[in-house]
Design a protein around this ligand. Sequence first.
Ligand SMILES: Cc1cc2nc3c(=O)[nH]c(=O)nc-3n(C[C@H](O)[C@H](O)[C@H](O)COP(=O)(O)OP(=O)(O)OC[C@H]3O[C@@H](n4cnc5c(N)ncnc54)[C@H](O)[C@@H]3O)c2cc1C
Length: 372
Amino acid sequence: MKKSVAIIGGGIVGATVAYYLNKLDDNHQLNVTMYDDGEGQATKAAAGIISPWLSKRRNKKWYNLARDGATLLSNIAIETNMDNDIYNQCGTIITRASHEKLNELYKKALKRTSETKTIGEAYKLNANEVKNKIPLLTSSLPGVLVTGGARIDGGKFAKHLKHLAQLNNLNIVNKNVSINDEGKIQLDKEIIEYDYIIVATGAWMKKTLSNLPLDVDVRAQKGQLIELSITNTNSGFDMPVLMPEGEKDFIPFNDGKLIVGATHENDKGFDLQPTNEVIDDLLASANRLVDGLNQENLIKIKVGTRAYTSDFAPFFGSIPQYPNILVGGGLGSSGLTTGPLIGKLLAHSIINKNGIDLDQYRKPIENYITLK
Ligand SMILES: Cc1cc2nc3c(=O)[nH]c(=O)nc-3n(C[C@H](O)[C@H](O)[C@H](O)COP(=O)(O)OP(=O)(O)OC[C@H]3O[C@@H](n4cnc5c(N)ncnc54)[C@H](O)[C@@H]3O)c2cc1C
């Protein structure tokens, strides 16, 4: 008898769950349906920086998840023949004004390179060397380059994985659904029962579970970024992503596109309206690195909604009171890095091929989901 699985949410978590539920389904035992309304999706709006190794965060479980997530992303890109415009290991540079801080960062980078292969090699660069790596910069600080850092296009990444799963066992319904008080899916007036439900609804997780007597520790955060168009920027090589100290992240592309952002707006919830003062701030930040940018360079503003927990750590697994409902959420600002591994681990839990020590990656789910 085939098992039925519903995935609610088609961002990076839902898409990776779908990809692995297809890949691991050797005996064609699964029927998988994804419900996604796409509204405010963080995955599509994200900056796309994958470079967790030099983060200041001290949470060891988060680091394990992000480190192994970065490796998994690179493996998925290879095994699914992903194009360069979806996943590109172009390197990332982090700058520091003080020599002491730069040396500390470099020391940490060297330590990380001896521990994990995906980070690639680490180099300490003076300001001119940073400018040589990103020729459109007119001003820079010195920095540390790690060659394994990457940029991804979250929307295209998720679309690519969903497309592969659709070739086999995935059906996608682009609609909003809820879970009723019996733990079943409600689509308009229809109630549908599944063997498993995976809730990957990002910032909307609290709402998705609101008919069950559960408290969910997730809050919404607005993020905006701008896309600029600059002529004559073709460097002839893939420019690294820049994480400049005191400025917004800076993601240059060879076709003249430049992404700058993103904001972290805690008091704006699910608001998806771009705001002029934020756009001006982002443009000003870009201008301190590249002379002469203005409103005429602006081609797109992206707005998305991140999901945060009180301790900023993601959570995943089955809900103890509802063992057939699994969740993956609270990914915050590094969800493109951690999301694919969370998706893979959720799929493994269903297919029963786990054998992976999940506690190296997560705190107990009861820290985030409690009975009311
Ligand atoms: C501006 C910005 C910049 C970012 N930059 C980076 C970065 O550089 N690097 C990085 O690693 N991370 C970054 N992130 C974080 C990352 O994008 C997110 O953590 C990650 O994409 C979350 O993925 P998700 O699948 O959990 O949720 P989402 O991508 O939000 O997907 C959830 C989906 O569920 C759907 N949904 C919700 N409720 C329902 C329902 N009831 N029925 C049907 N569908 C529903 C939503 O519409 C959405 O499509 C950034 C985020 C933002 C907003």
